[in-house]
Design a protein around this ligand. Structure first.
Ligand SMILES: [Fe+2]
Ligand SMILES: [Fe+2]
Length: 206
């Protein structure tokens, strides 16, 4: 099956697709800025409609992994706590909307990376690999009007990204750790050894 060009569906997203995305990812409603919230919904709806999946509920994080939506919603929940920690305990200034939008979108490209074969096994779509992860999501987010500060966190959260070294903003740190925690707990839940190899760049010495 041919892979649709990135963002092909974005002009055909209807209200029912928007409502479905919001119902599946409730944290979207907590993004305060109207334009940002709409661009986040559009990016997810577009990823879904450009994918081979009838429902986002069917998408896995990867072969043998937990459901993607369970992971994404867990990351969104964790970001709320970690933003409070960053501000309340460490006195950091965090842009709530940027952190939450980046959390919601960090794995938005996964429906576009894989498909299910005739045996229902998860395989990469033609021409795609894990090296596209994060980069594809950021590109789709740009097509859907998501601002650069959010896109950079989406792109940089992937270990294959050229922005991986730039994770020094509070927003990027909270998304990174929320993702790692949810990813590791999800791995344990399906009997897989957590990916403790996740690395994080360390700020310059002070
Ligand atoms: Fe990811
Ligand atoms: Fe993730």
């Amino acid at each position: 099956m041919a892979v649709k060009p990135l963002g092909q569906s974005r002009n055909g997203i209807d209200e029912s697709a928007v409502a479905e995305v919001v119902s599946l990812i409730p944290a979207i409603q907590k993004v305060g800025n109207d334009a940002l919230r709409e661009s986040v919904v559009l990016t997810w709806a577009c990823s879904w409609k450009d994918s081979d999946y009838e429902s986002l509920r069917d998408v896995l994080q990867g072969e043998g992994a937990t459901k993607l939506l369970r992971h994404v919603n867990a990351v969104n929940d964790q970001v709320g706590y970690l933003v409070g920690l960053a501000e309340g305990t460490y006195g950091l200034q965090v842009d709530h909307d940027v952190a939450l939008a980046a959390a919601i979108l960090h794995d938005v490209d996964k429906p576009l990376l894989w498909t299910n074969d005739s045996d229902d096994k998860v395989i990469f779509r033609p021409g795609r690999s894990l090296r596209d992860h994060g980069i594809l999501g950021a590109e789709l987010a740009e097509l859907c009007g998501v601002p650069q500060q959010v896109r950079d966190i989406v792109r940089g959260h992937s270990m294959y990204s050229d922005l991986m070294e730039d994770r020094r903003s509070p927003e990027a740190v909270v998304v990174h750790h929320a993702d790692g925690l949810a990813g590791n707990l999800g791995a344990l839940s399906v009997g897989v050894i957590p990916g403790c190899g996740r690395t994080m760049s360390v700020p310059a010495p002070f």
